[in-house]
Design a protein around this ligand. Structure first.
Ligand code: CA
Length: 524
């Protein structure tokens, strides 16, 4: 495995060589793309949500202060691997093939990093890869096995012979160390494209030891829809397994290890053992000391009903925000490096997540649904030469990242990329922009039991179609529609599909959706 000493050795020789042959300073813009896993915009303080005010992210906010905050950034399929494939290809899930979490990416699809590498960029990725396919287009990489581990994670590198090797430390810090090492010892005559993909704040929200007690004295505000009764929704909201009230595991998710034998979903039970086995005995001692203390009061006087859900929500949101604390601090280290090495003037910095997340809205944790909190994703971009501290309300989507990077590198967008470059938005020179977005979620039956659905969203309305059934289950086929007026009903509790006053609007959205599906050649 290439550790820092090996990089250091490489670096010395590369630097000396550079000093001899360097004639032309680089012209192409560097790219730093930082993507977290499941980071809700509600927990990023530049977005101003009440939760983030109690758990601020000052370093992520620095990117917004120096760039553009996108308040209408969305994904096209709210789950990890489809989003990652979309980032790399600029395509919708049905085009690149990774429609489901576990499978699908077509091997002939080209990644944007392949084009950049050919154009002279140094390319690297550190952290979460997750795709069940070979890495291509990267000069180097150091990536987690599958979902990755928070503590002492295992990594694969080009030199590890296909093996994953465990390294002691906290994932968010280790990934940042690797990214910094690579930056320090890169070939400074070439532009770079660096992808930093964190595990945090993915489930099961394991904070770094130094932040275990952070936010202990705070009570986070509950979302107004924590106790959503789904009154206007169809049966799809009665069968999911993603509620704060009923589906978080006491030991795995809520860190009450004393209740590890309480009935829970089977996969949660196995996950708890796997997660805790990664800690060293000393780490485990500090961990248990902190949570045992917190759990005492809960175990002595166990709440029930609404109070229990409220307790679960507080435990969940605090651990979630604690993992983001590490992300924020570590992103700060990367920004400091760029600043101290005069790289800000020639580096586009992008911060985003692979999708959004529910922080109790509609009673949910997790993602998958086309409701705003999961469908949206945080997106902040600081591009040299562009106006700073501005907000963009245009509808952008993760299909746009790859075309943006092609544009930044001065390359033509390949015909098969579905998205559009965001550069005209960043420069505020765009004349026209899209006025609606297509979404589709396919992965059912699967963890969370979110039914298949697709839909369209414009700047004000959203139409969702819940359809189909599980492949070999006893499920009934479902065929149910939802329509929301996001201006009047931003929390999406009032399904207007059968409201006569919206008949005309409904017809317009139906025809827009039909047109879109034909255009995109969606077959499912
Ligand atoms: Ca994710």
């Amino acid at each position: 495995m290439k550790d820092s000493r090996v990089y250091a050795l490489l670096g010395v020789s590369v630097c000396c060589w550079n000093s001899v042959v360097a004639t032309n300073p680089q012209k192409q813009m560097n790219i730093l793309f930082i993507m977290t896993d499941d980071h809700a915009f509600q927990a990023l303080s530049a977005y101003g949500h009440p939760i983030s005010k109690l758990a601020p992210t000052p370093n992520l906010d620095r990117i917004a202060q120096n760039g553009m905050l996108f308040s209408n950034a969305f994904v096209e399929n709210s789950i990890s691997t489809p989003s990652r494939a979309t980032l790399l290809t600029g395509m919708y899930s049905h085009q690149h093939g990774q429609t489901h979490l576990g499978y699908g990416l077509k091997p002939d699809k080209k990644f944007f990093v392949e084009y950049l590498q050919k154009a002279g960029y140094q390319t690297a990725i550190f952290g979460k890869w997750h795709l069940n396919t070979q890495l291509k287009g990267f000069d180097t990489y150091k990536v987690f096995d599958d979902q990755g581990e928070y503590y002492n994670p295992r990594f694969k590198t080009p030199d590890s012979g296909g093996k994953y090797i465990r390294e002691e430390g906290y994932a968010t810090d280790l990934v940042t160390n690797d990214a910094l090492n690579w930056l320090v010892y890169r070939d400074k005559n070439k532009p770079f494209c660096l992808l930093v993909h964190h595990k945090a704040p993915h489930r099961n929200w394991m904070p770094d030891l130094q932040y275990l007690d952070l936010y202990d004295d705070i009570t986070f505000p509950e979302p107004s829809t924590l106790f959503d009764d789904y009154k206007t929704r169809g049966e799809q909201m009665k069968t999911h397994e993603l509620s704060v009230a009923n589906h978080l595991g006491y030991a795995f998710d809520l860190k009450v290890s004393q209740l590890q034998n309480e009935p829970t979903l089977e996969y949660i039970k196995a996950s708890f053992d796997m997660a805790m086995n990664t800690l060293t005995p000393e780490q485990l001692r500090v961990w248990n000391e902190s949570y045992d203390k917190k759990n005492q009061e809960f175990l002595a006087n166990r709440p029930e009903g609404k109070e229990l859900t409220e307790w679960k929500y507080q435990r969940y949101i605090k651990d979630y925000c604690r993992t983001i604390k590490s992300v924020d601090v570590q992103v700060g280290r990367l920004l400091d490096y760029l600043e101290n090495n005069n790289l800000l003037e020639n580096t586009i910095i992008v911060y985003t997540s692979d999708q959004g997340f529910f922080l109790g809205e509609h009673g949910l944790y997790d993602k998958r649904f086309m409701y705003e909190e999961a469908f949206r994703t945080p997106l902040i971009i600081a591009m040299p030469g562009a106006k700073k501290g501005v907000k963009c309300t245009e509808l952008v989507q993760n299909i746009d990242y790859a075309p943006t990077f092609m544009d930044v590198a001065g390359l033509e967008k390949p015909e098969d990329m579905a998205g559009e470059s965001l550069v005209p938005l960043l420069n505020q020179t765009n004349k026209i922009w899209r006025d609606n977005l297509y979404y589709q979620f396919y992965d059912y039956p699967a963890v969370g039991m979110t039914r298949k659905h697709y839909g369209i969203r414009d700047k004000r309305y959203k139409l969702i179609h819940w359809y189909g059934r599980g492949e070999n289950s006893q499920d009934r086929n479902i065929d149910s529609w939802e329509l929301y007026d996001l201006k009047k009903d931003p929390t999406e509790i009032n399904n207007l599909y059968n409201n006569k006053r919206y008949t005309k609007r409904k017809e317009q959205l139906h025809s827009l959706l039909d047109k879109k599906r034909k255009e995109l050649k969606v077959t499912e």
